[in-house]
Design a protein around this ligand. Structure first.
Ligand code: NAI
Ligand code: MG
Length: 354
């Protein structure tokens, strides 16, 4: 029987509620065919309070020993500043393990009433490929004359040909497995260096994919079009910041941010990729057991697929869809009254029935 070693960083807030729910579903999905060996890593804000760091100094080395990483969320506002929690764990992991793309499906699930009148599951089915290691989140910059009236802050976006090209190529390959339509999101009118460069890379890579139709949109127009005509999107490739923002909009189009999953895929197959819901630690609802676990469960399905357990992954997806289609066991963000665990149990019940 195949064994997979999975590092678990449940993290903070509702991360600690949705990840156990996800683990239970994944266990049920592979029962009898594969073994998931979980290692819980107690990293995050409590670890920071005890040690002054979000993870140990050798944390990255530790992660390299696993087949995959399953993460909830980190962040403990207002107690610890968000840039400390994010730069102490998530962003260094993405960079150090070369997780060049962040893949984020945005899909209206059956039975869910999204906020867009007249738009159903056939209209909202797109997948974002987010540049994940540089761009606006490269971490290049600094502050001088701190605290003075003439203080200056610089945050420089970084776009390298090597990286943009591989991210764009990934998006074209993905488009070939879907409706062969790619939207590239930029802001080339205002950002005449980085985004014009991005457009040039897209045009160059497009020459290798004559079968994929390319649409280029400015990010503000893309935001409006996602609301007005979401059916015009299939695969979307965008910079780190733009895709971060547009996928929260996408989560809203899905009916809840709690439904949206993501995969941080490493470019080096010897390194583990990381799977997480796109939402954060949601301190406003944490500790009450009402967080929606479906985004975390879906992220788990993406992890199973990545590990080579395509069958189990597809069964998890069908069980998620059966749960939303049925509509009796949903968390409050979707208008229901069920708890996190009840939703997970319902998904497991559908798994067993399939
Ligand atoms: P958030 O995603 O945690 O919450 C935004 C809103 O969506 C809240 O009203 C929340 O209750 C709701 N929500 C989110 N997930 C939900 C779920 N599964 N079920 C039901 N409702 C859900 O974003 P926010 O409040 O801006 O950030 C909170 C903290 O999370 C911050 O520290 C932020 O930096 C961190 N964060 C961490 C991420 C990560 O670890 N990858 C990603 C995004 C934010
Ligand atoms: Mg985000």
């Amino acid at each position: 029987m195949q064994r997979y070693r999975i590092a678990v960083i449940a993290g903070d807030g509702i991360g600690r509620e949705v990840i156990p729910a996800g683990k239970a579903v994944l266990e049920a999905a592979v029962a009898g065919s594969a073994e998931l060996v979980w290692t819980d890593l107690p990293w995050g804000s409590d670890y920071y309070r005890e040690t002054g760091a979000m993870m140990p100094a050798d944390g990255i080395e530790t992660l390299k020993g696993f087949d995959a990483i399953y993460l909830g969320a980190v962040g403990d506002p207002p107690h610890i500043p968000d840039h400390v929690t994010l730069w102490g764990l998530m962003l260094p992991i993405r960079k150090a393990l070369d997780m060049h793309v962040n893949v984020r499906p945005i899909r209206l699930l059956p039975g869910i009433t999204g906020p867009l009148r007249d738009k159903g599951p056939a209209d909202i089915d797109m997948i974002f490929v987010r540049e994940n290691t540089e761009g606006e989140y490269a971490g290049v910059g600094g502050r001088i004359h701190v605290g003075t009236p003439y203080e200056v802050a610089l945050q420089t976006a970084v776009f390298s040909r090597f990286n943009v090209e591989r991210v764009v190529r990934y998006a074209f390959e993905l488009a070939r497995t879907r409706r062969r339509h790619l939207t590239s999101v930029t802001k080339s009118n205002a950002q005449q260096y980085s985004m014009v460069f991005w457009d040039e890379v897209v045009a160059a890579v497009a020459a290798d994919y004559p079968d994929v139709e390319v649409q280029s949109l400015l990010v503000d127009a893309a935001a409006a079009l996602m609301v007005r005509a979401p059916e015009r999107f299939d695969v979307v490739v965008a910079s780190n910041l733009f895709a971060d923002i547009l996928t929260d909009l996408g989560g809203a189009l899905m009916g809840s941010l709690g439904l949206a999953p993501s995969a941080n895929l490493t470019a080096d197959p010897a390194l583990p990729s990381l799977f997480e819901p796109i939402h954060g630690s949601a301190p406003d609802i944490a500790g009450r057991g009402v967080a929606n676990p479906l985004g975390a469960i879906w992220a788990g399905a993406m992890m199973l697929e990545h590990l080579g357990e395509a069958d189990a992954a597809a069964r998890v997806m069908r069980a998620i869809e059966a749960t939303t289609a049925e509509g009796t066991t949903l968390t409050p963000d979707l208008g229901g009254t069920a708890s996190t665990d009840q939703v997970a149990e319902r998904v497991i019940a559908h798994l067993s029935a399939s």
